[in-house]
Design a protein around this ligand. Structure first.
Ligand code: NAD
Ligand code: DAU
Length: 350
């Protein structure tokens, strides 16, 4: 049995990946290390928590002694690192936490891996999961490629860019067997409702205003979260060491068009009058430094590893809406407590 560490496995993408790995690879011991911040939720992986090849450890990747002890105990053969502070708006109000977790935390994991691998890297992998936001902001045309120069513009993307550079430095300097992927915006079940799609679903359901930043003209490239998890599995097992893979859905949507589609889908599913939800749209002050457009060229992963998205956006979005409507208790649990005060702060300052 190989011990494989997944960090951030109680969050949105991490929970989809942990489920896939636990079910698909009975010969791996999957250890999920998660601090359980506001974004980490044990409920996300309740269905596999008693699997014989799964173990949960609550820990903070910023605490280097704890991380080092854990690596010494489990002698991990592979690491898939997703733990991060992930919300751009929170990085604008509290950059320090992003530098600590995303930069210092990643460094601690690299050092702990190096310490137990003792520079004998045969059959070892350190896989760092990153974002397309490191490449900056596109105009009307063009795509992000694996060799696009980094140009991060928010504290979040700067912290992720920083961690990508450190991971690559460990490859070049110490020969650490690393892989990196940079993915576009994910959507699907179990996403914390501070992010655009679940936030809009939650507000439409409750007849609350739908806060669209600026004029709603910014563009994102949306990918079904389970397809991201499949891509991570492919890269972890078949990707080349030292390489970067871009992951994306070739699925660009202007924010306002996406919100309209969500409104119309939900009116229909909730049996409300056509156009009812659109009336809730409220244009609010723009996000500071708001990146205009992201778009991934995913040719490399398609040609080298045969990965392509498995669902259309319309299909995925419809399933996503159904999931949130059927899991009211999950939404109520995560929107109670601390999240309420974050929400009031974020949207009342405009
Ligand atoms: P998320 O915010 O839903 O989950 C992050 C998880 O990390 C949570 O479970 C949280 O408890 C944990 N965590 C945070 N700080 C920690 C710390 N100091 N120690 C241990 N655990 C900690 O994030 P997500 O959307 O699932 O993103 C996961 C990863 O994928 C991140 O690295 C993010 O940058 C990257 N990514 C996200 C997207 C997206 O659209 N959401 C797209 C591309 C890349
Ligand atoms: O591109 C990958 C990135 O996608 C990930 O690295 C991040 O972790 C993830 O959060 C996401 O970042 P975005 O900033 O693109 O996602 P968010 O859901 O916050 O916003 C999507 C778009 O919608 C963006 O243009 C801002 C806008 N928006 C967002 C919120 C929360 C609104 O108009 N209103 C809102 O209330």
């Amino acid at each position: 049995m190989k011990n494989i560490l997944i960090t951030g496995g109680s969050g949105f993408i991490g929970s989809h990946l942990v489920r896939l790995m636990v079910n698909k690879y009975p010969n791996y011991n999957i250890v999920n290390l998660d601090k359980l911040t506001y974004a980490g939720n044990p409920e996300n992986i309740k269905d596999i928590e008693n699997a014989p090849n799964y173990k949960f450890v609550q820990a903070d990747i910023v605490d280097k002694d704890v991380i080092s002890d854990l690596f010494n105990e489990y002698k991990f053969a592979g690491v898939i690192h997703l733990a991060a502070e992930s919300h751009v708006d929170r990085s604008i109000s509290n950059p320090t936490e992003f530098i600590m977790t995303n930069v210092v935390g990643t460094l601690n994991l690299l050092n702990a891996a190096r310490e137990i691998w003792k520079d004998d890297f045969s059959d070892k992998i350190f896989y760092h999961v990153s974002t397309d936001e490191v490449y900056g902001s596109l105009g009307d045309k063009g795509f992000f490629y694996e060799d696009t120069a980094y140009d991060p513009r928010s504290p979040y993307s700067a912290s992720k860019a920083s961690s990508d550079h450190i991971v690559r430095a460990y490859y070049h300097t110490f020969g650490m067997p690393i892989k990196i992927s940079n993915c576009s915006n994910n959507y699907g079940s179990h996403q914390f409702p501070e992010k655009l799609i679940p936030l809009m679903i939650h507000n439409i359901k409750n007849n609350k205003p739908l806060p669209v930043y600026g004029e709603g003209l910014n563009i994102r490239d949306w990918l079904w979260v389970a397809d991201h998890a499949r891509a991570i599995d492919d890269i972890f097992h078949k990707g080349k060491v030292g390489e970067t893979y871009n992951i994306g859905g070739h699925n660009e949507w202007k924010n306002i068009d996406l919100v309209h589609l969500l409104c119309d889908t939900m009116d229909e599913k909730l049996g409300r009058e056509k156009g009812a939800a659109r009336q809730l749209i409220t244009y609010v002050k723009d996000r500071a430094g708001h990146d205009m457009r992201y778009a991934i060229d995913a040719t490399k992963i398609k040609e080298e590893l045969g990965w392509v998205p498995s669902v259309t956006f319309e299909e995925g979005l419809s399933k996503t809406v159904d999931w949130y409507l059927e899991n009211e208790q999950w939404l109520d649990n995560v929107t109670s407590g601390n999240y309420r005060s974050y929400y009031e702060n974020q949207y009342n300052k405009r």
